[in-house]
Design a protein around this ligand. Structure first.
Ligand code: ADP
Length: 481
């Protein structure tokens, strides 16, 4: 039986993206088609989204929606069936979806994302003739109120799934917003949207959705502990078996070294020597000086505390002392950006840096570096290590969250059994990172072992096929109501 799902997200690749959420929201609906799920995606009408929407037609009018006129547009882009909430008073703003030019969150973010969730709930309740989703799937805090609006509608409703891509972003606002957001007085309760004295968008979804998922089994376990729960571990333990972890995949058509338009020379596991062209192109792009005696370490990351980027800076002397080169693509915290810029200026030829967002360079780093470093303090799933596996760059990762679940540490036993795909280290500390770099250096000298690890990695299934099967099974569970 074909099910209809409405996926609700604030970011959808290739229309708007600040992180992995966009990749998931863009790829999962397509992968679900093979599982008999017809997916539509609802997202805000940011300028870049409206510009990319093909065949847009107005299917619903809202007058008013949180103080302005809004329309729901239906159309297509990136192979996806989209509903776009065209509400200029909420979304027609330049730059980042969440904050103004000064970097501060838009003060009306509660309304901006309540509007998205409210429209999701209306669609869920059949507001659009001919479209009745069986499941509403809310992604992250921006969509967190969708299960709440559906819950408080008090009528027959579709099943609901809340997926946490990162528990650190919870979407919290003052209690005074309750009425403005159209939530009923009874929602103000510990069993409702109340969270630490305010309204918690993500908390509401975690509390009220039929099922909660996060993006790896290990992260699903970590967030039930005080250390990883960011204040919500009690609730997540209380939800018991309604909480599960489903790993992300990557779009293996976008991330395909055999047909990647960003690479000078395509390659497969059988033609790994052709990576040399990408290594040369990467060196040229970032001004790195060749040294075949040591590997090039790549980083593609938000520059943030979560990603352990301060630890990389601490371990730089050790990295450089081992003759390794570092190729960094990232953007984020100003302090970290400055520190990386200073390091690159101090070590020209050894540290290559591009500050900013650059899709093409992200691909070139995956193809041109020898090992990709992901030293996160916590990592719900992580996508860059999956890309690295596919591109024959050995992932070197902290053993947390999805990093622990997707990289098989190439210790002696694993190598003997022929299954190692990378290196794991205990935690994002300078000592652990330096020890991991020592292992990288040792392995680099054993080129046969290194090549085996590359082959194992490239043979890993990082596609959406398995995850889509698991989401489809979950959808079927919650849609039987
Ligand atoms: P996050 O916590 O940032 O979502 P993920 O590893 O889950 O981390 O996803 C990050 C995604 O964003 C990957 O697809 C990665 O390639 C991409 N990415 C991160 N930083 C950059 C950048 N500066 N330029 C281009 N792509 C980037």
């Amino acid at each position: 039986m074909t099910l209809t799902a409405l996926s609700v997200a604030s970011e959808v690749f290739p229309l708007i993206k600040t992180g992995g959420l966009a990749d998931v929201a863009g790829a999962l609906p397509l992968a679900l088609t093979a599982e008999g799920i017809a997916s539509h995606v609802l997202l805000p009408g940011y300028p870049s989204v409206l510009a990319a929407l093909e065949g847009a037609r107005t299917v619903l009018d809202f007058n008013p929606l949180f103080g302005g006129t809004a329309h729901l547009l239906a159309g297509r882009a990136g192979g996806l069936e989209l509903f776009v909430l065209d509400a200029p008073h909420l979304y027609a703003r330049p730059g980042n979806p969440y904050s103004g030019p000064d970097g501060a969150d838009w003060p009306d973010n509660p309304q901006r994302f309540a509007a998205l969730a409210q429209v999701a709930a209306r669609l869920g309740l059949g507001a659009l003739p001919g479209f009745q989703p069986d499941v509403v799937h809310a992604h992250d805090w921006q969509a967190g109120l969708a299960p709440a609006y559906l819950h408080y509608a008090g009528t027959r409703r579709p099943g609901t799934v809340m997926t946490v891509h990162n528990l650190a972003f919870q979407g919290q606002c003052d209690r005074a917003w309750l009425e403005t957001l159209g939530l009923p007085p009874e929602a103000w309760s510990i069993d409702g949207v109340e969270s630490y004295g305010g309204i918690g968008f993500l908390k509401a979804g975690l509390q009220l959705a039929d099922r909660v998922t996060t993006v790896s089994p290990t992260y699903a376990a970590e967030i039930r502990t005080p250390a990883g729960g960011m204040g919500l571990d009690g609730l997540l333990r209380y939800r018991g078996s309604a909480v599960s972890g489903i790993l992300n995949g990557i779009d293996t058509a976008v991330w395909d070294p055999a047909g990647d338009p960003f690479l000078p020379s395509p390659y497969t596991a059988a033609t790994l020597q052709a990576r040399e062209a990408s290594r040369a192109a990467l060196r040229a792009r970032l001004g790195l000086v060749d040294d075949p005696a040591a590997p090039v370490i790549g980083i593609v990351s938000r520059l943030s505390w979560q990603k352990g980027m301060d630890t990389v800076l601490e371990a730089l002397p050790a990295l450089l002392a081992r003759g390794m080169r570092l190729a960094v693509l990232g953007a984020g915290d100003q302090g970290l950006q400055n520190a990386f810029a200073h390091a690159a200026a101090t070590h020209p030829g050894q540290i290559g840096l591009h500050l900013g967002y650059d899709e093409g360079l992200a691909h070139l780093i995956q193809a041109g570096c020898d090992a990709l470093l992901v030293p996160s303090r916590f990592e719900p799933c992580g996508l860059t290590q999956l890309c690295a596996l596919r591109y024959g760059a050995m992932p070197v990762v902290a053993r947390v969250g999805g990093l622990a679940d997707t990289v098989i540490d190439a210790n002696e036993m694993a190598l003997a059994a022929g299954v190692g795909t990378g290196i794991q280290f205990a935690s994002a500390t300078r000592d652990a990172l330096e020890a991991a770099l020592d292992r990288v250096a040792t392995l680099w000298r054993d080129r046969e072992a290194w090549a085996r690890i590359q082959h194992n990695g490239m043979a890993s299934d990082v596609s959406w096929a398995g995850p889509a099967r698991r989401y489809a099974a979950l959808y079927r569970e919650v849609s039987v109501r």
